[in-house]
Write a protein that binds this ligand. Structure first.
Ligand code: IPE
Ligand code: IPE
Ligand code: MG
Length: 233
């Protein structure tokens, strides 16, 4: 792998945007954009593995994506289910631990069981942890955490304890958040956890994302001067 990358983000998170536009531009139904999008996820997971990144998170379905048409939603679920069922060995072979954040309850049983089976099969793997954000919303994550505190009659909390009850409790906060497609917004992703993330908005649509694009993102990350409110030494 390239020698040019010296500082790696420990955790990189992707807001995978532009599947629909990728397809529309080619005269295809949006479904085919999602289909290609899954291939880009696979390329990106392997790329992260090659670069030695420890945590990689993909925003796959937001709490607001239920506003889309039923056909599109069902198409996304089927693609995800089939991908997970057909690639069980891929995660083992490449030593990728699979995790999820968000609330799975409203998803079809076959998708839930495909996902939970891979989460279980890969739970002891050390190396790259890939997390899929499914029916995930940053606000929902915070509200569910607050409700946990209320249920336990907790009178006071602090940042460290609060982070430990969010869906992302088992991973570090994202160092680097990349949103494809040129849109420059967060769309209710990891709101609390992104307080000091570096943000990057490459213009390409998600289905065109590949290892070369990942390298470009990582080169961009090198240039950032993370100060966390302090001053340069
Ligand atoms: C991202 O691509 C995939 C999901 C949100 C599930 P979009 O489907 O949002 O694609 P555009 O933004 O309409 O092009
Ligand atoms: C954000 O993309 C959500 C995911 C990538 C899953 P959207 O396409 O849903 O976001 P908006 O509607 O453009 O903000
Ligand atoms: Mg979009």
């Amino acid at each position: 792998m390239t020698q040019r990358i010296k500082i790696l983000p420990k955790h990189i998170a992707f807001i995978m945007d532009g599947n629909g536009r990728w397809a529309t531009k080619r005269g295809l139904a949006r479904y085919y954009g999602h289909k290609e999008g899954i291939k880009a996820v696979e390329r990106t997971m392997l790329g992260c593995k090659n670069f030695g990144i420890e945590y990689c998170t993909f925003f796959a379905f937001s709490t607001e994506n239920w506003r889309r048409g039923e056909d599109e939603i069902n198409g996304i679920f089927e693609l995800l289910r089939d991908y997970l069922n057909q690639n069980k060995d891929f995660f083992i072979k490449n030593q990728i631990k699979v995790n999820y954040i968000g609330v799975l309850d409203p998803f079809p049983e076959d998708l839930k069981s495909a996902l939970l089976s891979i989460v279980d099969k890969t739970k002891n793997i050390e190396g790259l942890t890939v997390t899929f954000a499914l029916n995930y919303g940053g606000r929902d994550d915070i509200i569910r955490a607050v409700n946990k505190l209320l249920q336990n009659n907790t009178k006071q909390t602090n940042e460290k304890d609060f982070l430990a009850i969010l869906d992302t409790k088992d991973m570090p906060e994202p160092d680097f958040v990349v949103r494809t497609s040129g849109e420059q917004r967060i769309s209710n992703f990891l709101l609390f956890q992104m307080a000091y993330s570096e943000l990057y908005f490459p213009k390409i649509y998600w289905p065109s994302f590949n290892e070369r694009q990942l390298e470009k993102c990582l080169l961009e990350y090198q240039k950032r001067n993370r100060r966390f409110g302090g001053v340069n030494k």
